[in-house]
Design a protein around this ligand. Structure first.
Ligand code: FE2
Length: 352
């Protein structure tokens, strides 16, 4: 073999090696790319209009969104029992208490994203990135306009005042919304004062707690009781109902944003986190980032009359008519963490 032949052979083997590497890269990369064309979302948000957001996302990115719907407890249990084989990529729930439970169960992984960190305020995301808020809801005081003056109540703490004996109604302590509210009061006032508050509220109940937030508002409108505390979005829902009786009921009810001279009104969230065992992590983060885009936030804000997390997105006009207010900036992770102690306090206070 002369020198030219030797050289040619070496060049050929190098070319062969290079093409083999390219093939190996393509072969190993391809399944990963193919996998990333889908996001499996386990969602406790159950608003039909949300679907438009996922359709838009698929149109823009080519990434398909599969949705499994159930309530947060069921979804958390399902991811747990599926273990390492869970197809879930993204968990979407309402209430920071639920996100906290998923995180505590080790089901979520931290995500760093400059987009999410820029758009979602620091108090509305888990500090390490286990979950991020998508929307906000305020837990406000609502009252019957014929029976109560808005100046009579300013703070959550006032709900324990004996002047309201037999005039307040509330949802049960087993529901996460009131656990989160109590968790925020616990962060502000400590255990002893929170327990005293819960006892005072329970002493003021007109009837044993029952029904959902809408049921409380209806009862206030009908004059069954005078005061309750519920999430903001339920009142616009009634006000915009096709049922004339519901529209009339909404007109009888006023909104008080509590604690405006102090820490501000309790803010809860709907939010999402990437599942620890996600096989489509990149696509899941992409969907999360899309969910806080102006386009998606507008639909999210409209679909359930919630406050968008992104600054500059228009509010639903009925929601906006309740006015601007000061928000409690307590990190949602804190009242998430306080959840179990809050529930114990409510139990001790006889809140059923
Ligand atoms: Fe709700």
């Amino acid at each position: 073999m002369n020198l030219t032949q030797k050289l040619a052979r070496r060049v050929l083997s190098l070319v062969a090696l290079a093409s083999l590497s390219v093939l190996v890269i393509l072969w190993t990369q391809q399944p990963i790319l193919a996998q990333d064309r889908v996001v499996n979302m386990y969602s406790a948000r159950h608003y039909d209009t949300d679907n438009r957001i996922y359709e838009n996302f698929t149109r823009r990115t080519g990434i398909k969104v599969n949705i499994v719907s159930a309530d947060a407890g069921q979804l958390i249990q399902r991811i747990r029992s599926e273990g390492a084989n869970s197809p879930a990529d993204l968990l979407v729930t309402v209430d920071a208490g639920n996100l906290w439970r998923a995180q505590e169960a080790g089901l979520l992984q931290p995500v760093r994203s400059p987009v999410l960190e820029r758009v979602v305020p620091a108090n509305l995301r888990e500090p390490v990135g286990h979950w991020f808020a998508l929307t906000k809801r305020a837990r406000v005081i609502m009252y019957n306009k014929d029976r109560v003056l808005p100046t009579e109540l300013q703070n959550y703490e006032d709900l324990a005042d004996p002047k309201w004996r037999g005039r307040i109604i509330a949802r049960t302590s087993s529901h996460v919304y009131n656990q989160s509210l109590t968790g925020s009061i616990l962060a502000a006032n400590g255990t002893a004062q929170t327990e005293q508050w819960a006892r005072g509220v329970v002493a003021n109940f007109r009837r044993p707690p029952s029904g959902n937030d809408t049921a409380q508002i209806r009862a206030i409108a009908s004059g069954e009781a005078d005061v309750t505390f519920v999430n903001t979005y339920y009142l616009p829902r009634l006000a915009k109902s096709k049922d004339a009786a519901e529209q009339e009921a909404a007109k009888k009810v006023g909104v008080i944003f509590p604690n405006q001279k102090g820490r501000g009104t309790h803010i809860n969230i709907s939010g999402a986190g990437v599942v620890k065992t996600s096989r489509n992590r990149q696509a899941a983060v992409q969907l999360l980032e899309y969910l806080v885009s102006a386009e998606a936030q507008e639909i999210l804000a409209k679909s359930n009359n919630e406050y968008p997390v992104r600054v500059g997105v228009a509010l639903d006009p009925v929601l906006a008519s309740y006015g601007r207010f000061k928000e409690d900036r307590l990190n949602a992770a804190v009242f998430g963490r306080n959840n179990s102690e809050a529930l114990k306090i409510m139990d001790r206070a006889g809140w059923r």
